[in-house]
Ligand binder design. Structure first.
Ligand code: DNO
Length: 396
């Protein structure tokens, strides 16, 4: 057996076609009903409609990524009760349609943060990066967040100031747009005002409160997931450290341990994202893959080259600071263990998460940063080769 090879597809408006995904080698599709407003229930007929489109290309809808968590739930404010009930209903509806793995995250406001979405990589392809001083420059000098300086050391403020002074107007605009594009798979950015007001909502919510709100959410949804035969997979924060004064609770080994201990159910699992966790200098990805193996319900494989200052660039899948060999080996051994134990959760879907923009994709319109055809195809091909080599050498 091998890990199930999947591919994130943003639905009928995704410029990448299902027929192309099939040729890239994936068998499973990871998608979401992006047209349903966040917080509302995903209705059975809409799920079935999407499933049919996927099945028409001989592919299977393997994972729902993401069923987004409404901000009210994260803040435990406003209509959070109703949104939790809606969420439970979405879990039941997905289960009824045969979709039994659901990815979600608990990041306030932003789903990812980058400072440049169009970096020319050394081979001429395009990738994304996060530069700490650029992000600080955005925070302090563009957003002008109240008390932002308190979150940085003097040296960082100086670096950010110098960096900002070196930018021309169009570079400043580019940085602003990159920072405000908070949702992968969307080309719509927040305005500065919207962004500031979304951040303000978290003024009274620290890590402790956010973690408690997550615990409450887990306690509500996991019994429903378990009853419905659904595995939930919380995605780590990208990047895995605090940003913009926002609380962050899914960054490292202790955070994940704490989340998994809220409920021992196999339904309370994680998305093992090597790119998000891998940006954290203190995160040992192979050790984490081994430690959390039984609770890994979904896998994102990508690589980053990082440094201690909190900068990282998205590298090729097998290059960079994540030991992809070690991670893959841990995952395959876990899969073997599950098979040997006769467990039902042996699919272990993985997707090549992000890829560089390269080859003909560079002339194609509307490709979301990270979600190229050829870059991800290269990633999938490399990961597949690595996987086969490991399986053969281990005799599994
Ligand atoms: C970035 C992705 C994220 C992730 C969600 C999960 O490209 O890994 O969008 O899917 O945060 O909820």
């Amino acid at each position: 057996m091998a890990l199930e090879q999947t591919w994130r597809w943003f639905g009928p408006q995704d410029p990448i076609l299902l027929a192309e995904i099939k040729q890239a080698g994936a068998t499973g599709i990871v998608t979401a009903l992006h047209h349903i407003p966040i917080g509302e229930t995903w209705p059975v007929d809409e799920i079935l409609k999407r499933k049919k489109i996927i099945a028409a290309e001989d592919l299977a809808w393997s994972v729902a990524e993401s069923v987004p968590v409404h901000e009210d739930i994260k803040k435990r404010k406003g209509h959070y009760r109703r949104y939790i009930e809606n969420y439970k209903e979405s879990i039941r509806n997905l289960a009824q349609c045969g979709i039994d793995i659901i990815c979600y995250n608990f990041m306030p406001v932003l789903d990812w943060a980058r400072t440049d979405l169009n970096v020319e990589f050394k081979d001429g392809s395009i990738t994304t990066k996060f530069e700490a001083k650029a992000f600080a420059a955005f925070d302090i000098f563009i957003l002008k967040r109240q008390n932002a300086e308190k979150d940085y050391r003097q040296e960082q403020i100086n670096d950010a100031g110098q960096y900002f002074a070196s930018l021309n107007e169009s570079q400043k605009e580019k940085l602003k747009q990159a920072a405000l594009l908070g949702l992968p798979g969307s080309l719509e950015a927040y305005t500065l005002e919207e962004f500031q007001s979304a951040l303000n909502e978290y003024n009274e919510i620290g890590d402790t409160e956010l973690h408690e709100n997550l615990c409450d959410f887990i306690k509500e949804i996991i019994p429903v997931a378990e009853e419905s035969g659904v595995l939930m997979a919380i995605h780590p924060d990208d990047p895995p450290w605090p940003l913009l004064g926002l609380p962050r609770v899914v960054c490292n080994q202790p955070d994940i341990q704490r989340i998994l201990s809220v409920s021992d159910s196999p339904s309370n699992g994680i998305t093992f994202c090597t790119g998000s966790l891998g940006a954290g200098f203190e995160n040992d990805l192979v050790a984490m893959a081994e430690n959390f193996a039984p609770r890994i319900n979904f896998i994102h494989l990508r690589n980053v080259t990082r440094n201690q200052d909190g900068d990282f660039i998205e590298d090729n899948h097998l290059d960079g600071d994540v030991d992809m060999y070690g991670v893959m080996k841990a995952l395959l051994l876990e899969q073997k263990r599950r098979i040997d134990e006769g467990r039902s959760d042996t699919r272990m879907p993985m997707r090549p998460d992000h890829g560089h923009l390269m080859l003909p994709d560079q002339h194609r319109q509307g490709i979301y940063p990270g979600y190229s055809l050829f870059g991800r195809m290269r990633g999938l091909a490399e990961l597949r080769g690595l996987e086969l080599g490991i399986m053969r050498s281990l005799g599994i």
